[in-house]
Design a protein around this ligand. Structure first.
Ligand SMILES: *Cc1c(COP(=O)(O)O)cnc(C)c1O
Length: 365
């Protein structure tokens, strides 16, 4: 029996994707088994964290790494490490930053809410957020003009939450930042390619352990030995309040090991099979059309339900009907204002597809 149902919470069919608010990923049984064993023993945590940081970073093509509680914590800790360097006095002083550099530059179109406000993650360290450009676009002169002796780093967000048009590219940001000896922190929380961002020259790359990697709730920062050391020592400061447990540290590593060995073609073929089957099951529903739409940057085919003029519900009503039933069917909703509801195949199981189709027929009949 689903343990969440035993405490009276509705069963979820997760067509939303790897969303933190739904518990992200279903963890593979052998990863769970190893995590269980890790949970039963003792380990010197001061040795464990850098050790797994390094092993995980090697799998992600970097020199060193720092395991965190999640990506949000990874952003906080990366910013903290930029502010403090290796100075333990400064580590303990945060968030009272009475020194410079203390400003973090971010493009306005990257000021996202990923469930919490990214500016708050930056401000939590005591840093000052300096937004550049407009939501309609950022130019190189915006970045160049904002850089001064107070500038500590640039944060760059890779996400469907961010504005995609008119922003400076990662390559532009890295080039300009590095010309001014400034590090670039990339929030790549949900990205599938673990190698690309570090290869591009980003100084800190932050991933969620529980999204693409499919592990337990956790995060990973990768970068140079020195920078990751400066992240690690935040455990004696503000990162103490963002602790990650031994079993999740190990779980992240086991999941990452599996992830890096995966056959991506086979995995994507599995997603396509789910998406095609759901599309087939929905082919006769009145008032909607369907199509498969691939993610802009990742190999994920999603089924889009496009609500027609004569559909008797609005997108928001449709979502609420799907959510309100038992099981509660969750969808990917950021295009709902355009009348599009999406099903992400990654966390859907084959036997859930007829349940979804039946419900949609019932709702629209
Ligand atoms: C999910 C997400 C986060 C937050 O990740 P957590 O690991 O849940 O803290 C941050 N940034 C982006 C772009 C995300 O997609």
């Amino acid at each position: 029996m689903n343990p969440y149902e035993t405490i009276g919470l509705p069963k979820i069919i997760n067509g939303a994707g790897k969303m933190t608010y739904l518990g992200s990923s279903a963890i593979e049984p052998d990863v769970i088994e190893k995590m269980g064993m890790a949970a039963q023993g003792y380990v010197d945590m001061e040795l464990l964290k850098p050790k797994i940081g390094k092993l995980a970073a090697h799998l992600a093509g970097a020199e060193a790494g720092c395991v965190t509680a999640c990506s949000a914590a990874g952003i906080v800790i990366s910013v903290a490490s930029v502010l403090t360097g290796g100075d333990m006095y400064k580590v303990e002083m945060l968030p009272d930053v009475n020194w410079i550099p203390n400003e973090i530059i971010i493009q306005k179109g990257h000021m996202v809410n990923f469930g919490a406000n990214i500016a708050q993650a930056i401000r939590l360290t005591g840093a000052v957020v300096k937004e550049i450009g407009m939501v309609t676009g950022t130019k190189e002169y915006h970045l160049l003009g904002a850089i001064n002796e107070r500038t500590a780093a640039v944060v760059y967000v890779v996400s469907h939450h961010a504005v995609s048009n008119g922003m400076l590219s990662l390559e532009q940001v890295i080039k300009i930042a590095h010309e001014h000896n400034l590090p670039v922190i990339v929030d790549a929380a949900a990205e599938t390619d673990l190698l690309y961002y570090a290869e591009s020259g980003a100084d800190y790359v932050v991933f969620s352990g529980h999204k693409a990697i499919g592990g337990p709730t956790s995060g990973l920062i990768i970068g140079s030995e020195e920078r990751m050391h400066n992240c690690q020592i935040q455990d004696k400061g503000i990162a103490r309040m963002m602790k990650v447990g031994k079993e999740n540290i190990m779980g992240l590593y086991f999941a990452l090991e599996q992830y890096s060995r995966r056959n991506e073609e086979q995995q994507v073929a599995g997603f396509e099979k789910i998406a095609n089957e759901l599309q087939r099951l929905l082919s006769d529903v009145k008032g909607i059309t369907t199509r498969i739409k691939w993610d802009a940057t990742r190999p994920i085919p999603r089924v889009q339900l496009i609500l027609g003029e004569n559909c008797k519900l609005t997108g928001k009503q449709m979502i609420s009907e799907l959510e309100g039933g038992n099981p509660s069917i969750r969808t990917r909703n950021h295009l709902v204002d355009e009348g599009i509801i999406q099903f992400d195949p990654r966390e859907l199981k084959e036997d859930e597809l007829p349940v979804i189709a039946k419900r949609i027929f019932e709702i629209l009949d």
